[in-house]
Design a protein around this ligand. Structure first.
Ligand SMILES: Nc1ncnc2c1ncn2[C@@H]1O[C@H](COP(=O)(O)OP(=O)(O)OP(=O)(O)O)[C@@H](O)[C@H]1O
Ligand SMILES: [Mg+2]
Length: 496
């Protein structure tokens, strides 16, 4: 089979830091090729070099045998290479259709008159192929992250590219959306399209990919045929050591009731939610996307509109109208949307981590830089954040490392209740375990963790009890001893 893409001897440095060292990678016609590696290994950088977003320092790139040197993604698109980036590139103020056709509007001849009906039609068609029903006129910013991701995917599909690069496309999708996406990917493969698939979800890699290449610290480790390899081999290639069990054992003594919620409702996404959580407990919240999981967190953190119901902390009723109230009571919230709500991308790792901790790190209103530096260093070490120093801007960190900064930022307030919304999304398999270990450490000193997750193995592996949401209501509460994947899905889809 002929190679669509051939990258050989690619090297790249940012400043003094070399992030790719003599890396080679090839993509055949009609294959789905997984690109794996820990957070910061260089996967996104490799793909950005392929598409001309970053210049390479050395090496060659061939597309269908012809050497190329793209100076930007537009040129790559013209050669039939489309990308779905890890960071969403949706412009929230524009409509779904405008985002789909950004920079390549359909016009009548040279008149400049937009063929709006046709564009709308095409928008519906491509979204339809992905099994989603989104109004082309809706403002993109009003949609869920998963839906926004679907627009990006539909946009890439509509380019009829021969090479499709997907950098963690499923991170924000529901199971049903992922299935639809895989269907489309299999179709495209059958038509000869080559797909590069970057994901940290091992199950997906084994379900859909033909070959897999692994990067470690910017070095090419190897390429394997999926049929001839297994999970342990891949993990070993990625991290260079054995990982052991995916979920650490939890031996935490669960204490008194810490949080009690009675009849929590908001302007429509959740209705009449009541539950309690104890000290040292991990309370998992499962449910399909859009079922109201995140809205529970938002209500507890004081960011939802028109909320009603009562919240008790250590037996005392508390009133939360804004995030400051929640923080004052020791409630912290790691959001799922790290770009929108979690981080200030232009600031450094240090500033982001210190941002929520100013109170604790300051004396008489002055931030102690010694304390701050110490705390930031501790977080970088504990979470194994791959950064050149605390001064690197968060924008230039890899996706998974940004996620770790968000978590570090909240650990500093020493929360009583820590709400984690999709804490391991986009995080590599080794770092996932580090996050699970931190959850266990926190619960061991009495912190209550509320963990929202779409990954059922994670819910089952880490929770002491599980709330299952369905259409804005609490559909079931299960103890970990009785919970199974099937039972959770049953409740989440409205089964009795
Ligand atoms: N624009 C940039 N400036 C400086 N350093 C950068 C820049 N982009 C990436 N890096 C660094 O290059 C390294 C590789 O990052 P990259 O985004 O390619 O990792 P990745 O394998 O995609 O990781 P993840 O799984 O977390 O997305 C990281 O250490 C990152 O900090
Ligand atoms: Mg990446």
């Amino acid at each position: 089979m002929s190679n669509l893409i051939e990258m050989t001897g690619i090297s790249k440095s940012f400043g003094k830091v070399q992030v790719l060292k003599d890396v080679s990678f090839s993509l055949k016609k009609g294959e789905i090729h997984a690109l794996m590696g820990e957070n910061g290994a260089g996967k996104s950088t490799m793909m950005k070099i392929l598409t001309g977003i970053y210049p390479k320092d050395s090496g060659t790139i061939r597309v269908r045998g012809q050497e190329v040197n793209f100076s930007g993604p537009k040129e790559a698109e013209q050669m039939g290479i489309a990308v779905i980036h890890q960071e969403l590139n949706i412009i929230p103020q524009l409509t779904v259709m405008e985002n789909m056709f950004l920079g390549r509007d359909l016009c009548y001849g040279r008149t400049g008159i937009l063929r709006t009906r046709e564009m709308k039609q095409k928008t519906r068609e491509y979204l339809g192929r992905l099994g989603v029903d989104i109004d082309p006129d809706a403002e993109a910013g009003s949609l869920s992250i998963g839906q926004q991701q679907m627009i990006e995917i539909a946009r890439a599909l509509s380019l009829n590219a021969e090479v499709l690069i997907m950098d963690e496309p499923t991170a924000a999708l529901t199971d049903r959306e992922i299935e639809a996406l895989f269907e489309v990917m299999r179709d495209l493969r059958a038509q000869g399209v080559g797909i590069v698939y970057v994901s940290h979800r091992m199950e997906e890699i084994f379900a859909i990919c033909d070959r897999i290449s692994v990067l470690r610290d910017g070095i090419f480790v190897g390429t394997e045929n999926i049929k001839e390899t297994d999970l342990d081999t891949i993990v070993h290639m990625m991290v260079g050591r054995q990982l052991g069990e995916r979920f650490p054992e939890r031996n935490v003594a669960i204490g008194e009731e810490r949080l009690r919620v009675e009849g929590l409702s908001d302007s429509g996404a959740i209705r009449d939610i009541s539950f309690s959580a104890r000290r040292g407990e991990v309370l998992g919240i499962a449910g399909l996307m859009g079922s109201g999981r995140t809205e529970i967190a938002r209500a507890l953190f004081g960011v939802s509109e028109k909320q009603s119901g009562r919240i008790f902390l250590d037996g005392q009723e508390i009133h939360i109208r804004k995030p400051d109230d929640a923080i004052r009571h020791g409630i912290a919230f790691v959001t799922e949307d790290r770009k929108g709500e979690g981080l200030v991308l232009g600031l450094s790792v240090r500033e982001n981590i210190a941002l929520t901790n100013l109170g604790r790190l300051s004396k008489n209103g002055v931030v102690s830089s010694v304390k701050e530096a110490g705390f930031v260093r501790e977080m970088i070490q504990r979470l194994n954040i791959k950064t050149s120093s605390g001064e690197q801007t968060v924008k230039s960190l890899s996706g998974g490392n940004q996620q770790k900064v968000v978590i570090g930022k909240w650990l500093g307030i020493q929360p009583k209740v820590l709400i984690l919304d999709e804490p391991t999304r986009g995080v590599d398999i080794g770092a996932k375990k580090e996050i699970y270990n931190i959850i266990n450490e926190l619960t061991a000193v009495g912190v209550t963790i509320i963990m929202i997750s779409s990954e059922l193995p994670e819910i089952l592996g880490m929770s002491d009890r599980i709330l299952v949401m369905h259409e804005g209501r609490l559909a079931a509460v299960m103890d970990k001893t009785e919970a199974t994947q099937e039972k959770i899905m049953h409740a989440a889809t409205g089964g009795k």
